[in-house]
Write a protein that binds this ligand. Structure first.
Ligand code: SAH
Length: 376
């Protein structure tokens, strides 16, 4: 990665050595760069726009369907700009087919997962941004295996396009529909793969045929709180929704639950999130996994409420409680419903809007923190 490493833990931010890069894909490039790439393989630049329309607007990757392009150049274009990046290895469904988890194999054999969830009013895809994760949060399945590598923009977008295609073609019960939301809550820490993630966000929000034409507010970037990257995101001028995985209002506990907290403290992370809300006018989401007898005490709810309230009561924040999805071998379990209700009550008493996340796809290990992608 090109940016300066602000962190003393080198592996957290750097691509592990000895790994090749995924082949270049249309989705890695903006339209101008696509023109250059098309010209570089000896074809006129305007073909870039035609190919982009197939991929981003029609969601077509099969050369046989690109009938407006001369047969002789279709394969050349697809080989040059649309290499095969992700291959489905296994799909599992739950919730009567409206939740679908896919295990993907990348070009180098690395495995990642994505989860498509259809609701009455929207369809959301939860995408991975890294193979594995270097953040080592002890309650998260992905965190246990360490980081394998960063994903490319193309590899991230391919997950989104697959979800958009499944919706458009009516593969998910409920008839043909549109993919409306993307959450970076699959495997990986998106802010540790900043450039590729921002590239992917740009491809999602750019109008067709340059991009998918999605609304930035329907894209959520979730982070452990890499403060320099949150600040950088604040300056991008793309009003995505920011989610901060806080999980504890105090440094003592958060040092254990989210180890990067030893580098970026609760107050710094919350302040960066508040600054993000102030600048973008987007309400920030505080993610809080409810872990029985660990972080779910009533006094911690008060402490969290006071902390968030200290930045003002202009609706800059809401709290999203996630019942812990126990990972294999974990000694931790989800909070008791009564404790969860009390936690919500105390936050709301301090004026903090609070929701409890529904845990879709739990039985197919597709819910938050369950993505491990180890078995094919
Ligand atoms: N690295 C990003 C994205 C991770 S997954 C981040 O940390 O924000 C999205 C959310 O699921 C995060 O809030 C994460 O802390 C949470 N999560 C991880 N493991 C979980 C588990 N076992 N149960 C419930 N939530 C979990």
């Amino acid at each position: 990665m090109s940016h300066v490493n602000p962190n003393p833990l080198p592996l957290v931010f750097e691509q592990p050595k000895g790994r090749g890069k995924p082949p270049r894909h249309l989705a890695d490039l903006d339209l101008a760069a696509r023109k250059e790439a098309v010209e570089a393989i000896g074809l006129p630049g305007y073909r870039a726009k035609q190919l982009s329309t197939h991929y981003f607007t029609r969601l077509v990757s099969d050369p046989a369907e690109m009938t407006d392009l001369p047969a002789g150049i279709r394969d050349q274009l697809v080989e040059g700009l649309m290499p095969h990046l992700i291959t489905p290895v296994k799909t599992q469904t739950a919730d009567r087919g409206t939740t679908r988890k896919t295990l993907w194999k990348l070009f180098d054999g690395a495995l990642v997962e994505s989860v498509l969830m259809r609701y009455p009013d929207r369809a959301t895809i939860c995408v991975s941004s890294q193979a594995g994760c270097g953040m080592a949060c002890p309650f998260c399945a992905t965190g246990q295996g360490g980081l394998q590598r960063n994903m490319s923009t193309g590899e991230i977008i391919e997950q989104v396009v697959d979800g958009a295609r499944a919706m458009a073609r009516g593969e998910i019960p409920g008839g043909p529909g549109r993919l409306s939301n993307v959450v970076f809550m699959g495997m990986g820490e998106p802010m540790a793969n900043y450039n590729a993630v921002i590239g992917a966000v740009r491809r999602m929000v750019d109008d067709g045929p340059e991009g998918l034409g999605m609304s930035a507010r329907n894209i959520t970037v979730s982070t452990v709180g890499l403060v320099p990257r949150i600040k950088q995101l604040t300056g991008e001028g793309i009003p995505v929704t920011l989610a901060l995985s806080l999980h504890a209002p105090d440094d003592e506990l958060r040092d254990d639950l989210v180890p990067i907290n030893t580098r970026f403290k609760v107050e710094e992370a919350v302040e960066a999130a508040w600054e993000y809300a102030r600048t973008t006018k987007r309400r920030v989401s505080i993610e809080y996994a409810m872990i029985k007898d660990i972080n779910d005490q009533a006094w911690r709810a008060d402490m969290l409420g006071d902390l968030l309230r200290s930045y003002g009561d202009w609706g800059w924040v809401h709290v999203n409680l996630i019942p812990l999805n126990p990972t294999p071998g974990s000694i931790w379990t989800a909070s008791d419903p009564a404790d969860e209700r009390e936690f919500v009550r105390r936050l709301e008493a301090k004026g903090i809007p609070t929701t409890v996340r529904d845990t879709r796809g739990q039985e197919i290990d597709g819910a938050c923190g369950q993505l491990a992608a180890a078995d094919a």
